[in-house]
Design a protein. Structure first.
Length: 401
């Protein structure tokens, strides 16, 4: 339970970071489709500038996590545990900052194999270090967090080596001051994406916070963590579909091919629904046994078992919603807050239906026209600026003569 409550600020930042990085994915994907390769490196650097500022502000939440939890009325045991473990997450939030943005940058240019090899290597290193630090050196949670920090940052270093080492010659031209110009449109897109995702998904963090107010908070938080882990496992598949759909749609919009973008969305949604049905059936069949993969505590297992049907439908809903709008993390709670769970499910159902309606009504040709108009507008602004600079230089030369 010590680290479960630390998931609140961590997940708040993770979701915010995913939202901010979505702007990088959109901009880089469209630039690659339009063959404006040099702009991808500039977009990546702009993303770093914005995300570093946000991450630095968010570090205050981790540094002062204990007094914040006390102010919110959490149990003293939970608040005191946060003081010990929250600082371990500081390196992790900066890892997220660089890894998410570089992943979006590489995925936009179809370099998924590189990300796959780096992720697989990181996983092997993480398992090995966790075994050494926890099982052999008996460092406990500190050892586990140390292993996480080392393995994740090795992945970031590998990404830096790949990008800076010359393996992206068309899209990475080195650091440039151009990254500091035209930041306002990128900030607007990043903030809108971040706010959308946060409003969409922060509710599960609120439910975790509410669990700390219950009399038997240990069982409540443990049951929540188990259901959350199950959702994370399944979510990884849908995140892969989401990443593929986002890159494909943005590339096709960049090329001006509206029909291909629409076809990509339809294929991914159908694939997601079919996979979701498989997990829905598995959860209904093995709902009584699934909790024992994580715990031997009968009370916690019974709480999770009582929610197996709701968990199954949550997995089914999450097969569509992430593909249409973003990364969706659903939550499962104990019987004491079953009403809250049903309320969240109702909200998710309405959101999914709304997203399906919006997707079906989207005019993809209009989206292509908007992109073309934006490119023309940007080109006109640059020509006007160049003309003004040329006239000023001519006037200065005439006056000097």
């Amino acid at each position: 339970m010590n680290t479960h409550q630390n998931k609140i600020p961590t997940c708040l930042f993770c979701l915010l970071q995913l939202g901010l990085s979505s702007a990088t994915e959109t901009l880089c994907g469209q630039a690659f489709g339009a063959k404006q390769y040099h702009m991808m490196g500039i977009y990546l650097q702009r993303s770093w500038i914005i995300n570093i500022v946000v991450a630095t502000v968010m570090t205050l939440v981790f540094i002062f996590a204990t007094p914040i939890f006390r102010l919110l009325g959490q149990e003293e045991e939970i608040a005191a545990a946060c003081e010990k473990y929250s600082l371990w997450f500081l390196p992790y939030i900066y890892y997220l900052l660089f890894s998410r943005s570089i992943q979006m940058y590489l995925q936009a240019q179809l370099k998924n194999t590189v990300i796959g090899w780096l992720s697989a290597s990181t996983f092997v290193i993480h398992v090995l270090l966790s075994w050494i630090f926890v099982s052999k050196l008996h460092l406990g949670t500190n050892g586990a967090m140390g292993a996480l920090t080392i393995s994740t940052w090795l992945m970031v270093i590998g990404m830096f080596v790949y990008v800076f080492g010359g393996w992206c010659p068309q899209t990475w031209k080195g650091f440039t001051m151009a990254a500091f110009s035209d930041l306002v449109p990128v900030i607007k897109l990043s903030v809108s994406s971040g706010v959308m995702l946060c409003l969409e998904l922060w509710y599960y963090c609120i439910v975790l916070l509410v669990a700390g107010y219950l009399k038997n908070a240990t069982v409540a938080i443990s049951a929540f963590s188990i259901c959350l882990n199950i959702n994370f496992w399944v979510l990884m598949i849908f995140l892969g579909l989401f990443g593929g759909a986002s890159v494909r749609v943005s590339n096709e919009l960049g090329k001006g091919n509206a029909e291909a973008a629409k076809f990509a969305v339809n294929v991914v949604v159908i694939t997601g629904v079919l996979i979701g049905l498989v997990f829905w059936i598995l959860c209904l069949i093995f709902g009584r046994d699934i909790a024992y993969l994580f715990t031997s505590d009968e009370e916690v297992a019974e709480t999770v078992t009582s929610l197996s049907v709701l968990l199954a439908f949550s997995l089914l809903l999450s097969s569509v919603q992430p593909v249409l709008s973003g990364k969706c993390i659903l939550c499962a709670m104990m019987t004491l807050v079953i009403g809250m769970w049903i309320g969240l499910m109702g909200g998710l159902i309405m959101q999914t239906l709304a997203l399906i309606y919006i997707t079906c009504r989207t005019d993809w040709s209009e989206q292509v026209d908007k992109r073309d108009n934006l490119i023309v507008k940007k080109a006109s602004e640059r020509i006007n600026r160049w003309s003004m600079n040329s006239s000023q230089e001519s006037n200065q030369s005439s006056s000097q003569a």
